[in-house]
Design a protein around this ligand. Structure first.
Ligand SMILES: Cc1cc2nc3c(=O)[nH]c(=O)nc-3n(C[C@H](O)[C@H](O)[C@H](O)COP(=O)(O)OP(=O)(O)OC[C@H]3O[C@@H](n4cnc5c(N)ncnc54)[C@H](O)[C@@H]3O)c2cc1C
Length: 266
């Protein structure tokens, strides 16, 4: 660690204004990614702007089929939410599979989406659900939000305030987790809205989360596990790292997709 200033933001505008005056500052949400990065000196902000004191970016709101999640909603709150359980139980399951209880109790969905780790779980859900990422400046649809490894459409200083999505008719998530961290080696989220199905894969892409149009077409015609029979995903463009080569990830994607559909139908 090294010396930096620490301030508690009182509101969304307060946080954004402090950051504008201090361009080398960083927002602090749950700290579950940022604090380890500080310890390893991978990040050296001059100031941390704590968002935990900004009350209007917390909590889960449901209005009919519209779901809203404040950016500071923790993984544990999403996993345990009765509103999410009734609207999209796959998202509760996903949140409950992140890391361990300590990280889930502090880590937030806003921090995860701002960080956009290529093996994080939420990006798959947000992309498959066609969610909207709401910031202090605008609304960004998920298809336009994820730009690459640890890269998003957020501009410097832009603050995620919340996430919105419509309740799907059915949804499921399945992941092959890295044993130590529980990050996704491959995670597949499937969501059905009427006759439209969206399939998003995390953990595998060289440029982060991506959709699989061929699977989406097959599942839109027939939302069943057998509709995916014979589907293959090429290894080109997939990650190879110490956790597994690209062809292993390619083989896992159809398996996880089938499990996600089975979970959605269960
Ligand atoms: C050991 C370990 C295992 C993990 N396993 C998993 C896993 O299995 N699956 C998974 O998905 N994740 C996993 N994570 C990541 C975890 O989910 C983090 O909680 C998450 O990535 C970051 O959320 P945070 O609230 O802690 O953000 P922070 O660490 O506080 O911030 C992360 C980044 O986002 C920025 N930021 C935070 N909030 C906002 C906002 N509202 N607007 C704009 N920028 C913002 C910060 O400035 C910082 O750059 C793991 C982390 C660890 C350390």
């Amino acid at each position: 660690m090294y010396t930096f200033e620490y301030v508690r933001a009182g509101s969304i505008d307060d946080a954004a204004n402090i950051l504008e005056l201090n361009p080398e500052a960083r927002y602090l949400a749950g700290g579950q990614t940022l604090v380890p990065a500080l310890k390893q000196r991978l990040a050296k902000p001059t100031m941390l702007i704590d968002l935990r004191t900004v009350s209007d970016i917390k909590g889960i709101h449901r209005s009919g089929t519209a779901i809203g999640l404040g950016a500071m909603t923790t993984h544990q709150e999403i996993a345990a939410s009765a509103d999410i359980a009734s609207a999209c139980p796959a998202l509760c399951y996903l949140a409950g599979e992140i890391a361990d209880a300590a990280i889930r109790s502090r880590g937030t969905i806003g921090g995860s989406l701002a960080n956009n780790d290529p093996a994080a779980d939420y990006p798959a859900a947000m992309l498959a659900l066609g969610a909207t990422i709401v910031t202090n400046k605008r609304k960004i649809v998920a298809d336009d939000y994820f730009k690459g490894l640890f890269t998003t459409a957020l501009q410097p200083g832009e603050l995620i305030t919340g996430i919105g999505f419509q309740q799907p008719d059915q949804a499921g998530y399945a992941k092959m987790a890295q044993r130590a961290s529980r990050f996704a080696l491959v995670g597949v989220f499937v969501a059905r809205f009427g006759s439209t199905v969206r399939v998003a894969v995390t953990g595998a892409g060289e440029t982060g989360v991506f959709r699989v149009p061929a699977m989406e077409a097959a599942l839109s015609a027939d939302f069943s596990v057998t509709a995916l029979a014979g589907h293959k995903v090429p290894a080109a463009g997939l990650m190879s790292d110490l956790h597994g080569p690209a062809d292993y990830r390619a083989a896992l994607i159809p398996v996880m997709a089938e499990r996600a559909v089975a979970a959605a139908l269960a």
